[in-house]
Design a protein around this ligand. Structure first.
Ligand code: DAH
Length: 347
């Protein structure tokens, strides 16, 4: 090859190097191009070999062209390396992706609906002058049944499907089936007068259906004082119904039976769905049953050492889930315990 052929080859190679280095996609590719354009098998290396075969007069010109080629390619490679290392913000700038905004922030939780209902009722009764007490979920047969005027083997026990705990004598320790044993605990711990509400978990050997769950919550109320009458009970139920469900909602009492109260009643509240005019949910009656209540049976007072001649009182108890279902139109009790945020976040 002549000197001018070699110089032309170097020119062409320089164009190729320029293009290839600018298009490099990785640091490894840049090093690969270094070998391709400047290494042992490169055009530059071959030109260098061939200089030796040229006329002495032609050598400096080709030598100079070769030096220029090397300098130029090295500069390109160096520039690319620096850009990759962050020295030149060109590509980093143009390919930059902003991962800081807007993002998905952590969602904030809140109290479970049952807890909200419980606290609202507690506040309401505290406003009436009551105290709040909580007690154990594992109870004795005596507190859950015996002291509440439900003797062993009495048919009334079948009102509560009981889950027993393997502790002590057989069938003497159980998961409380209602919050009523708290009446016993409170009366054993203090002298009258008593104005108290007692919320908490209860358990029954029950198959899950739309309205029953083996675990649920109740709130119990107990008032003991001198001269307490059924009128006080009715007035208290009416007052709390109006305060909780809103003006225009009323309560009514219907005769019923509970071993620990005499007389006993079920209390119903104005159907929230039809506002009392009658609908499918309330079986056209305009009323929905909420809980039980009555005047404390003298046998219960005797069991805790209160004198039934001196004191009288009333008690009531109802389910918190049921309360929430009525107030918010929830049709299945299981939704409280499935932990589905689509349900929970609505309240
Ligand atoms: N403990 C009853 C139950 O779970 C509800 C109840 C009825 C509570 C009458 C009371 C009451 O305090 O007086 O079915």
């Amino acid at each position: 090859m002549t000197a001018s052929d070699l110089i032309a080859r170097l020119d062409a190679e320089r164009g190729a190097a320029d293009e290839a280095i600018r298009a490099a996609r990785s640091a490894a590719e840049v090093e690969e191009l270094d070998r391709r354009f400047l290494g042992k098998a490169s055009v530059a290396a071959s030109v260098k070999e061939q200089i030796k075969g040229l006329d002495t007069a032609d050598r400096p010109g080709v030598g100079k062209a070769l030096n220029e080629f090397r300098t130029a390619v090295e500069a390109l490679l160096q520039g690319e390396r620096e850009r990759r290392a962050g020295g030149d913000g060109d590509r980093l700038g143009s390919e930059r992706i902003d991962v800081t905004l807007p993002g998905r922030g952590p969602t904030r939780g809140h109290l479970h609906l049952v807890t909200q209902v419980q606290r609202e009722l507690e506040d309401l009764f505290v406003g009436f002058g009551y105290r709040v007490a909580e007690g154990p979920e594992v109870e004795t047969d005596w507190n859950n049944f015996g002291a509440l005027n439900i003797p062993e083997a009495h048919p009334a026990r079948s009102m509560w499907d009981t889950l027993y705990v393997r502790l002590g004598e057989p069938e003497q320790v159980l998961l409380r089936t209602h919050t009523s044993p708290m009446q016993i605990r409170v009366m054993q711990a203090q002298e009258p007068p008593v104005y108290i509400v007692m919320p908490g978990r209860c358990y029954r050997k029950e198959t899950l259906d739309a309205r029953h769950s083996p675990m649920f919550h109740q709130i119990e109320g107990l008032v003991v004082d001198r001269g307490i009458t059924f009128g006080d009970l009715a007035g208290t139920i009416e007052a709390f119904t109006e305060a909780y469900f809103g003006a225009g909602h009323h309560a009514r009492l219907r005769p019923s039976y509970f071993p620990f109260t005499e007389p006993s009643a079920e209390f119903e509240v104005t159907c929230i769905f039809c506002e009392g005019s009658g609908c499918g949910t309330c079986s056209q009656s305009g009323w929905i049953e909420l809980g039980g209540c009555g005047m404390v049976d003298p046998n219960v007072f005797t069991a805790v050492g209160y004198d039934p001649e001196e004191w009288s009182g009333f008690a009531f108890g109802f389910g918190l889930e049921r309360m929430a279902m009525i107030r918010f139109g929830i049709d299945h009790i299981k939704t409280f315990y499935e932990n589905d945020v689509r349900f929970l976040s609505q309240f």
